[in-house]
Write a protein that binds this ligand. Structure first.
Ligand code: PA5
Length: 427
């Protein structure tokens, strides 16, 4: 992957960027030496190496789950669901019937959604991969209770434990207690890794492997970019420092919303994962860039007007994918009523690239600074690179901003009110 910030130079000087990179380098030093805020949550930094030792076991579990049922339901919310959802969506064929279907539950409280899921699973053997670091989060706990009940009805009480895998804390929480008592296979989420930084732990890897994708390649991609982004000797070629520096300079200039845009619909959930990563890491103490996203060219026909012409507080980060395996060529048409013969013979990707280039030019002209992140292709290796790049950039960016990028005190507020309204004891 590669970062291009030439389309920011109308808004930010080279001198400001160099100064920002120097500051980001200092913050990376703090991160790597464990001297920064939240330094008890740095286990994710070495995950590309640490998780490589786990893949054989994870692949074996995934193979077992795939062989014993046609559907696995991943139960989790926030950091316990968005990473695997992002990777699976980015790699999946949207029209093919998957050999093994991976579905999600427990990431909201919709009765309609869960009722339809239950109807689909009625009478069938299925697996549950239940993921919760705390083991006590309401949404996944409720979904797990419902699905476990259904599994018991479908298979009988004595046959369900092999269909459940729990991913949770090593010793605390209700899920750990249930896993140990009822004999589920289980994986540990290390104490020093927060939910939104956990995609390269079993939290992300087991669902991705169960969906049939190559987690070794995902980790190799992460390891490759880790070598570059953890290298503090060459700050000018470290893309994480450039990205962290630019975001903060733009924020100081009043660009308080970052819109992550893609031209590949498969990247929609990657943006959802990115929003959690940056939103929860930076949005605190009255500070932070608001992370938003758009899928183009689709949203050029909705949000496009605002981005081009509305209030000037948005900067854009484009995920630009270089190669797609498929070739769809535009056919020649004798009548040419639609006047498209001027692009006959070109592939859709060529047209999509021109749309991207044209949109960047228009947005820059309209007063939107644009950062471009180039990905070779939409495959496991490149996705692993991108996710690790965002994680390390986010941690450094949070330090530049002056916040603790590893806590999330704000997410508790709604829970207290909900529990009180539901009449939970002690609220
Ligand atoms: O990033 C985070 O820490 C949160 O989004 C959590 O992942 C989310 O709240 C789910 O928590 P848990 O895994 O404890 O159920």
């Amino acid at each position: 992957m590669w970062i291009d910030y030439s389309n920011c130079l109308k808004f930010v000087s080279e001198k400001e960027i160099a100064h920002g990179q120097k500051n980001a380098k200092t913050q990376l030093e703090h991160l790597l030496s464990g001297k920064g805020k939240g330094n008890d949550f740095l286990g994710w930094i070495t995950l590309p190496e640490d998780s490589a030792l786990l893949t054989a076991r994870i692949n074996k579990t995934a193979e077992r789950l795939r062989s014993q049922a046609a559907i696995s339901v991943v139960v989790g919310i926030g950091g316990s669901y968005l990473g695997s959802k992002a990777v699976i969506e980015a790699l999946s064929d949207p029209f093919a019937k998957a050999q093994h279907q991976v579905l999600f539950a427990g990431h909201h409280l919709s009765e309609s959604y869960h009722s339809k899921l239950i109807s689909l699973l009625e009478g069938k053997a299925f697996n549950i991969i239940v993921i919760s670091k705390s083991g006590t989060t309401t949404e996944p706990a409720l979904a797990f209770r419902l699905l476990k009940d259904l599994l018991t009805e479908n298979l009988g009480k004595n046959n369900i434990s092999s269909h459940i895998v729990a991913i949770t804390d090593s010793s605390r929480g209700a899920l750990r207690e249930m896993a140990d008592r009822e004999g589920y296979e289980s994986y540990i989420i290390p104490d020093n890794i927060g939910g939104r930084y956990s995609v390269l732990t079993p939290v992300g890897l087991l669902p991705v492997a169960t969906a049939g994708f190559n987690i070794n390649s995902l980790i190799e991609g992460a390891a490759e970019i880790a070598a570059v982004t953890r290298d503090n000797n060459n700050p000018l070629t470290n893309p994480a420092l450039s990205y962290a520096a630019l975001r903060n300079i733009l924020l100081q200039k009043g660009y308080s919303v970052e819109m992550l845009v893609n031209y590949e619909p498969g990247l929609h959930y990657l943006a959802e994962w990115w929003k959690q990563l940056f939103g929860e890491s930076e949005g605190k103490d009255g500070k932070g860039i608001f992370p938003a996203s758009a899928s183009l060219t689709t949203d050029l026909h909705s949000l496009g007007q605002y981005i081009q012409d509305g209030q000037r507080f948005i900067f854009e980060t484009v995920l630009s994918v270089n190669n797609t395996d498929e070739k769809v060529l535009i056919p020649f048409d004798q009548a040419d009523t639609d006047k498209l013969n001027y692009i006959a013979g070109k592939s859709l990707s060529e047209v999509n690239k021109k749309a991207e280039e044209g949109t960047i030019m228009a947005h820059v002209d309209g007063g939107v600074p644009v950062i471009r992140i180039e990905l070779r292709e939409l495959k496991e290796h490149a996705i692993g690179e991108l996710m690790y790049f965002f994680e390390i950039s986010c941690a450094v960016s949070g330090y530049v901003l002056g916040v603790n990028p590893f806590d999330q005190p704000g997410v508790e507020a709604y829970k207290t009110n909900m529990f009180r309204l539901l009449g939970k004891e002690g609220y």
